[in-house]
Design a protein around this ligand. Structure first.
Ligand SMILES: [Zn+2]
Length: 149
């Protein structure tokens, strides 16, 4: 979520403090949709930051946040205010935009996001997309935009 401190996004192995989670949840309690669904979704997102890899700090914050929202999406807690598939200007714009794109990539190869995360243990390169899917991330983004627009 946009209220996540940048410091935490760039170093996701730091555990969110209970104070931080409470602050985040309080903000979401103003949300007019299904509060229980929203809170559960936020927890999926934040818990992902605990176990995901960040390429030793070399992966972009947009990708890190996108993976966290992808996990939320696959858990069934994508809220109605998220963008539809095919939206956004850049694949690593973050959050729901990147989550939708990663969902498309994962549809090409089941388990893609989990494999990408494993490769991000010791470093990061956009070439990971080509290694796993046989196309550059820019080509994948073009295909994705063409499919949904
Ligand atoms: Zn986050």
């Amino acid at each position: 979520m946009e209220d996540l401190p940048a410091k935490l996004s760039s170093r996701p192995k730091e555990r969110p403090t209970s104070e931080f989670i409470h602050r985040n949840l309080r903000r979401h309690c103003d949300y007019s949709g299904n509060v229980k669904t929203e809170i559960t979704g936020v927890l999926y997102h934040e818990m992902t930051h605990i176990w995901q890899w960040n390429g030793n700090g070399r992966a972009s914050g947009g990708l890190i946040e996108g993976i966290a929202d992808f996990v939320r999406l696959k858990a069934g807690y994508a809220p109605s205010h998220w963008v539809a598939p095919g939206q956004g200007n850049r694949w690593d714009q973050g959050y729901d935009i990147t989550a939708r794109f990663l969902d498309y990539c994962n549809s090409l190869k089941n388990g893609f996001v989990a494999e990408l995360n494993m490769k991000m243990k010791n470093g990061y390169s956009n070439d990971f997309f080509a290694q796993l899917l046989g196309k550059t991330v820019d080509q994948l983004w073009s295909d994705y935009k063409a499919k949904f627009n």
